[in-house]
Design a protein around this ligand. Structure first.
Ligand code: GTP
Ligand code: MG
Length: 312
């Protein structure tokens, strides 16, 4: 079947296609999941035209039902990527899953980036043919750290670096584009991508959209980004790991006064959510707060020179 593009949609000419492209709509999925209002505004088209575009985009892709057997077959391909830390792995029943998005959120220094580095080397260890993709938005990817962690699990450090593809994202549009490019790495370049890290998922969005008036726009964009990542996870059996910061919740007097950035848009799109915080004596606490088939649980660990270590 010939691949249809945005320009092939009814009511979309070159100028409209360009407007859509520059607003971050690059593929059929982004149109298929867009809202009417969103399209009218960005493309400057009438509601009737927007509706036709969305319907055509939906028709162009398989968005319908599949059999339970199909789902079962996909589930059987799911791999668990160990964190090399007993308590953490037990909490996740083996590790972080492929075919899903796992989000870690928490304050600065709680270990989100370290977990990204550890997942990268563990992925390479779990699947000897795999490559890992690291989308770095805060310039915190450290090759030296990868070498240390690789050596800690008997992987050749130089080889490990060769098998990690890193891209720095300069702004949220760039970040979204990079996430979309991963599909091409797999389908066109034949790379066996098993892990995609987006560290941090929300920092650019947070910095670029300031003030109440821009919140809706930010959430729409984040939503599209999450859809792209979710599709990537699902259709190519990739483990997607995203990190997220927290903000103080001024109206909360009891309990933990922090809440994740991105709200429901990020929360609902993530399959597994883990809240990280600092514990006693330099330890860290990870709390699984959302998972489709695992009980809520908590574990204590410490980031050390070579790995994540259990703390009892
Ligand atoms: P932000 O990105 O600022 O929100 O923080 P983060 O959650 O990504 O924190 P990160 O993963 O960078 O964790 C930092 C913590 O990991 C530090 O406070 C150190 O305790 C620990 N850490 C980082 N690098 C090393 C290392 O090379 N050796 C050891 N032993 N610990 C490290
Ligand atoms: Mg970090």
């Amino acid at each position: 079947m010939e691949k249809i593009t945005i320009q092939d949609l009814p009511g979309v000419g070159a100028a409209t296609a360009e407007k859509l492209e520059s607003a971050g709509y690059h593929d059929m999925m982004s149109i298929a999941v867009a809202t009417l209002g969103e399209l009218c505004e960005t493309a400057g088209v009438s509601e009737a035209v927007a509706r036709k575009m969305i319907n055509a985009a939906r028709d162009s892709m398989k968005m319908g039902f599949e059999t339970g057997a199909d789902v079962m077959e996909r589930r059987q391909k799911v791999m668990k990527i160990s964190l090399g830390c007993k308590g953490f792995d037990e909490m996740m029943e083996g590790g972080f899953e492929t075919g899903a998005i796992t989000e870690c959120f928490g304050e600065f220094g709680c270990g989100k980036t370290q977990i990204g580095h550890i997942l990268a080397v563990q992925t390479l260890k779990t699947d000897p043919d795999a490559v890992a993709v690291y989308i770095d938005t805060e310039n915190t990817f450290r090759p030296e750290r990868i070498k240390q962690l690789a050596a800690g699990i008997d992987l050749d450090p130089e080889e490990a670096l060769q098998r990690i593809m890193v891209a720095k994202a300069y702004n949220s549009d760039h970040q979204m584009l990079l996430a979309e490019k991963v599909d091409g790495l797999i389908t066109e370049q034949g790379k066996n991508v098993r892990l995609v890290v987006v560290d941090s998922l929300t920092s650019h969005f947070r910095a670029e959209f300031i003030g109440r008036g821009t919140l809706a726009e930010r959430q729409q964009k984040l939503n599209r980004h999450m859809h792209i990542l979710s599709k990537l996870a699902n259709s190519h059996n990739v483990c997607v790991y995203v990190t997220n910061q927290v903000m103080a919740k001024p109206d909360q007097f009891f309990g933990d006064p922090t809440t994740a950035i991105g709200g429901h848009v990020v929360g609902h799109a993530s399959t597994f959510r883990i809240y990280l915080r600092k514990g006693k004596k330099g330890s860290r606490v990870a709390k699984l707060i959302d998972a489709p088939n695992l009980p809520d649980a908590e574990t204590n660990f410490m980031v050390t020179e070579s790995k994540l270590e259990d703390v009892n």
